[in-house]
Design a protein around this ligand. Structure first.
Ligand SMILES: Cc1cc2nc3c(=O)[nH]c(=O)nc-3n(C[C@H](O)[C@H](O)[C@H](O)COP(=O)(O)O)c2cc1C
Length: 419
């Protein structure tokens, strides 16, 4: 015992040394304080200009859908099973013919490089390291060819013009770059009413108003580490992947808030299905009827999503419609996103019929806090939570968690009030 105490004393200076080293690198220090996915939002809020933080965090209008996405998980509680050998736990999941290390991936997020330096590549690299999928948004700044080199397993998430010749040229570009999964985002026929973005001073194209300039100047870590570094090393950011042969600078008036096409319909989706040789996934479905149409059209999967509460503010939470979509999905893969922050959130969705989950904001905030290392930590945290939750539920694999593990939350009757 005495020996161990002596050892501890001997090692103290070395440990203090390491603690001091950590303090010297504030990014590492910040990272160590992130214990769950919500912590990345808190840490990013301190670093990012209000307008940029708001762009990521906000939902549409009164942000009802965004907040409902979180509270929907509280509708479900879980029943544990005990005394089962859970020492062979694995989260490995097969999707679109590939084996992934966990049942979740990184959702497509446009204009990420405005939020964190080289964010698309940072997220793509972290996903590759961790063995999970990363979806690149068409509304992004990093050319899709570059991201495909960083992570050859990346998926492409398109906002597509309905012009057949543009469709053909864009599919050709995506295919030549080596993408196998083409995800079509369909819940943005028009940009939504993001009043909170406007209040915070965010717009696309970015307008360097005095307010936005002051916001940037008072957040020097973002100004130098993201904005300045981007301009110096990569030039003025351009939205690079909306069309096969056209780029638009983020300060240019040509950039719409979001690349919606209100004249795009199932006929165009059918054309994409005919032309695209790889996996075709339709993202932003909330209705079972739409899932049926997607299946009949030959899609390989749908993403049940309300865009993180960033489109229709009265939209149902994906969790509410997951079982009915599953029933119509047939052999299609059912993915789900919007509001997933914890291991049990992921497992609840799998129990309600999802095959896979996508997570957005926390990974972009993690990139803003500490680049690729931040994203790696965020992936690790969610994966660790799932691992613990599997053990506590008494199962070895995520797909063993079925509806029998779920109970609707018990609402106690009101006491002491007149009937
Ligand atoms: C900053 C930001 C940008 C986004 N851009 C896109 C996009 O370009 N294409 C798309 O399909 N979805 C986009 N989304 C929606 C995400 O793919 C995903 O559906 C949503 O973020 C999931 O909800 P969560 O952030 O609560 O996890 C974006 C989300 C955020 C937060």
């Amino acid at each position: 015992m005495a020996g161990r105490e002596d050892e501890d004393v001997d090692r103290l200076p070395e440990r203090s040394q390491r603690a001091l080293e950590r303090l010297k690198d504030p990014r590492e220090h910040a990272l160590a304080s992130a214990l769950d996915l919500d912590d990345f939002a808190r840490l990013a809020k301190a670093r990012l200009p209000k307008a940029v933080y708001g762009y990521v965090a906000n939902g549409a209008e009164a942000m009802v859908a965004r907040d409902n996405n979180r509270s929907a998980f509280q509708h479900w509680r879980m029943v544990t099973r005990v005394l089962r050998d859970v020492s062979a736990r694995s989260q490995e999941t097969t999707l679109f013919g590939k084996r992934y290390a966990a049942p979740f991936g990184i959702a497509p997020m446009g204009a990420s490089a405005v939020v964190a330096y080289d964010a698309d590549n940072a997220m793509a690299r972290a996903a590759r390291e961790a063995g999970i999928p990363f979806a690149l948004s068409a509304n992004s700044i990093t050319p899709l060819e570059e991201v495909a080199k960083t992570n050859p397993d990346s998926w492409f998430a398109a906002y597509q013009s309905p012009d057949p010749s543009k469709i053909e040229r864009m599919l050709g570009r995506v295919e030549r770059a080596g993408y196998e999964v083409y995800m079509l985002t369909v819940d943005v026929p028009v940009g939504s009413n993001r009043v909170n973005d406007k209040r915070a001073g965010y717009s696309m194209p970015l307008r360097p108003t005095p307010r936005l300039t002051l916001d940037g100047l008072t957040h020097p870590r973002w100004l130098a580490g993201t904005f300045g570094r981007t301009i110096l090393k990569r030039g003025v950011p351009e939205i690079s992947n909306l069309e096969a042969d056209h780029r638009v600078g983020i300060f240019s008036r040509e950039v719409a808030v979001i690349a919606g096409h209100d004249d795009f319909g199932w006929r165009e989706a059918e054309l994409i299905r005919k032309l695209w040789p790889g996996k075709f996934v339709i993202k932003g479905v909330l209705s079972a009827e739409d899932a049926r149409i997607a299946r009949e059209l030959g899609a390989d999967g749908v993403v049940v999503s309300n865009h993180g509460g960033r489109q229709l503010d009265a939209a149902v939470s994906p969790l509410e419609v997951l079982p009915e979509v599953r029933r119509e999905a047939g052999g299609m893969a059912v993915l789900c996103d919007s509001g997933f922050r914890h291991g049990t959130d992921v497992l609840k969705a799998l129990a309600l019929g999802a095959d896979f989950v996508m997570v957005g904001r926390p990974f972009l905030f993690a990139a803003a806090v500490a680049g690729e290392a931040g994203v790696q930590r965020a992936i690790g945290i969610l994966s660790k939570e799932i691992d613990i939750d599997l053990a506590l539920l008494g199962v070895n694999e995520a797909r063993e968690v079925g509806p029998e593990a779920l109970r609707e939350a018990f609402t106690p009757p009101r006491m002491g009030e007149p009937a």
